[in-house]
Design a protein around this ligand. Structure first.
Ligand code: HEM
Length: 217
């Protein structure tokens, strides 16, 4: 069965289940969504699921795993959030800057242009290298330092820029904020239980395994 047919079969089953018994989760919203008052077409619905399952999955999970890895190396920053929950919003920005889960996209010039003084011919390729942008020392002070209190964290470019700016940046920010707030509030103890393992990938990438020992209050 082709990958597309497998996706269709999987999500059709999910749709039927959530149409019969909505649970209030995101799949129920998609299964029962009536954009503009109209029932969604099958293809439209399928692509909503696919966007969430692809663009919306390993991006946020790599931000979280990498963010936790950074917090474990600097646990005082985690406990600072427990004492001052308002720090979580900036911490989420810093986690997304620090981890930069999407490593790059490519643009093709539709006409001759120049970027920062470099000439680009029509059809020329421009690599948008987000990790590099997020470590730009002209934008971020001490960019190689993970600091949830930094005042320039919101200048991050992890979500891209311009027309194709991430459609769900607000969802990603909220997910990360919600989870780190809960962690900071409920963790009594956390420590590494082995070395972190990184995915060897150059498109969407980050910490794949992060063994930890923890105790909730
Ligand atoms: C930390 C998490 C995330 C990061 C770092 C991230 C990053 C990006 C980047 C770099 C782009 C391309 C921007 C460009 O080409 O200029 C993008 C586009 C996109 N993202 Fe995200 N993303 C994240 C989370 C999500 C989530 C949770 C969803 C959906 C539930 C999502 C859906 C999309 C979609 C649909 C696009 C295409 C927008 C377009 O081409 O107009 N992303 N994202």
């Amino acid at each position: 069965m082709s990958r597309r047919l497998k996706f269709m079969a999987y999500f059709d089953e999910l749709t039927q289940d959530r149409q019969k018994c909505p649970t209030g989760d995101l799949a129920s919203v998609i299964a029962n969504g009536m954009p503009g008052g109209h029932v969604m077409g099958d293809a439209e619905r399928l692509w909503y699921y696919i966007i969430v399952a692809t663009a919306g999955h390993d991006t946020t999970s790599f931000a979280l795993s990498g963010g936790l890895e950074a917090l474990l190396r600097s646990p005082d920053q985690l406990w600072a959030m427990r004492d001052e929950p308002a720090l979580a919003a900036n911490a989420a920005e810093e986690i997304i800057r620090w981890t930069t889960p999407v490593r790059h996209f490519m643009r093709y010039a539709t006409r001759p242009t120049s970027v920062e003084g470099f000439d680009v011919a029509e059809g020329g390729r421009v690599l948008l290298c987000y990790p590099s942008a997020n470590r730009d020392e002209e934008v971020f002070s001490d960019p190689d330092r993970f600091d949830i209190g930094r005042t320039d964290a919101d200048r991050l470019l992890s979500f891209g820029y311009g027309t194709h700016f991430c459609l769900a940046a607000h969802v990603a920010r909220r997910e990360i904020r919600a989870i780190i707030t809960r962690l900071a509030d409920q963790l009594e103890h956390i420590e590494p239980a082995g070395p972190a393992e990184w995915v060897s990938a150059y498109f969407v990438s980050g910490v794949k395994h992060l063994p930890i020992r923890y105790r909730f209050t």
